[in-house]
Design a protein around this ligand. Sequence first.
Ligand code: SF4
Length: 351
Amino acid sequence: MKQPHNIYIHVPFCMSKCNYCAFWSIACANPDWKTYLAGILAELDYWGRTLGRVSVPTVFFGGGTPSLMPVDCFFQIMNKIRTCFDLSADAEITLESNPGTLDENKMREFQAAGVNRLSIGVQSLDDEKLKFLGRRHDAATAIAAIKTAQKLNLNVSADFIYGLPGDNVATVIETCAAINKLGLTHCSMYELTIEENTPFGRANLNMPTNEEMADMYTAIRQNLSLPRYEVSNYATPGHECRHNQNIWDGDAYIGIGRGAAGRVYIDGTWYEQRGAGELFEPLSSTDRAIECVITGLRTIRGVCLTDPVKAVINMDIVQSMPDKIRIVNDRLVATDMGMLVLDDLIEQVTR
Ligand code: SF4
């Protein structure tokens, strides 16, 4: 049987750029959706021809701000996916959205066209912090978007950012208490990272220290009512993001759109693939196994110790750090302490 492929569609447009954002996105109030759509449909056609009618368990529209997209554009993309691939009957179809870009009517239309999971970029429940981040919405608008999506029975996730200048364990505990009241089944908590070539990168901000960030991270795990299932992601069991979980588990995915990347599997070989065209290069089995370790260790279920993974792991080093990494049921799993230093840990355990 052919390997299933998840699909990621990049929608690069935003109303304006947020102060921290280094994502590949374009501030454009009136995008040329026709040209964008034609490019996406052509790429889907290409991958349909190249991979054959593989099954597609998840589709993720990420951005940018995909909720700006006209529903008809979304509809045509989904139709093309159904034509080129075998879209699973229970496929998870996620749309990333920003509060203020999606009223109840448009949400209903997206839902009727196939969206069953809405990821909402809330970022903060404090209006001052939202302004500081350069967000266009206030907290009330974000909460209203969550409530509307919940009313429509969509699977709802919300993204938040912590570790802003002035944040500390006490403010993070307060934030967690406010998030707990929203009745979410999934949320993502991202530490603010300062990227070059962004307004924040040029601003010389008085950021919390690494130790303070680590304390806030621990406080989130202790105070959020949702259990953590990945470094930055929390969900009630059964509400994990299937798309991301599949990718962290090392499954194949096609990246469609200029800012997208993928990992496709053709005739026994893994390829690194970039969106906006037909570029793909083979990955050695070592490179692919290391990628699986990097993504798998981000999740609490860890990475399966397959032969290629075993070949890139230094077991002596693993066994010397039981406080940070362990073998549980033939999987390699980072402990809570290991999660705090994950990048260093991965470097240490891979050969
Ligand atoms: S909405 Fe998201 S992608 Fe767009 S500028 Fe803000 S952070 Fe970046």
